[in-house]
Design a protein around this ligand. Sequence first.
Ligand SMILES: C[S@@+](CC[C@H](N)C(=O)[O-])C[C@H]1O[C@@H](n2cnc3c(N)ncnc32)[C@H](O)[C@@H]1O
Length: 259
Amino acid sequence: MASQKSEWVLRLERLAAREGGFAYPWRSTIEEPHGEDAYTRLVLEHLRPELDVIEAGCGHGSDALEFAPRVRSYLGYDAVEPFIEICRRRAAAASLDNTAFVVADSSRKRAGRVPALDQSADLLITRRGPTNPVLDARRVCRPGAALIGLYFVAPPLPQWNDMLPVEVRMTAEPSELVSPKVLDYIERGGLRMHGCWAFDVPEWFDDPEQLLLYIAWNRELEFDEQRALDALGEVFAAHAIGGRVALRHRRFLWKAMVD
Ligand SMILES: C[S@@+](CC[C@H](N)C(=O)[O-])C[C@H]1O[C@@H](n2cnc3c(N)ncnc32)[C@H](O)[C@@H]1O
């Protein structure tokens, strides 16, 4: 039977096979405070032993391993089966007995939904995962539940992008720092926005090789690595500040309530 999987799922399956999970392989320094650490702090402030938690788009389970020991139950789901297999292995190795990991796509467009019973969660979280669970939150969450989400915001292209060989140039259009899609889903999902925070800080690279890892990551490009590194050497010569080149690191963090 022909595969029904979306191209992005197949791409992330290949990433899992290549890199063993959804982890960023490059070395960089992100100025603090930034959205990733703010998300971790906000979620940790909410965790309590009597809570049932759902994590949407849990990847290979790094948050699950940290958060699950602090709550009653933890359900992580992701559309990418190899990620879920890694979650299950890591949870077993850590002797976590309050976790469940499920392969599911919660997109309504693809006839999916959050793989949880009605009114079964007190907290629904996602770190750069899908937005669509917001639309299903009133069903799966108990009244009084909170949702916390962190969204990747595509940064502007750097002014030196044109110095790179055409096949490795960055192409993603920048997105709006305050995500209109998230705000729309919160309203359509019948939730109450508690607060939101936009982060836009420098992410510093001190080595052209590390910057190339960032630029080429998960794009399955074919390119001449030495040519790309030579071009990045010129980027460092022309644009480094104190030996480091910066990209913008942007995230949108929000918290909504189910009344
Ligand atoms: C950017 S990754 C983040 C993974 C993990 N939260 C982390 O921080 O490492 C986004 C994850 O969301 C998953 N995802 C995206 N859309 C999804 C959907 N509609 N249903 C389930 N998972 C989805 C992807 O498969 C991917 O693992």
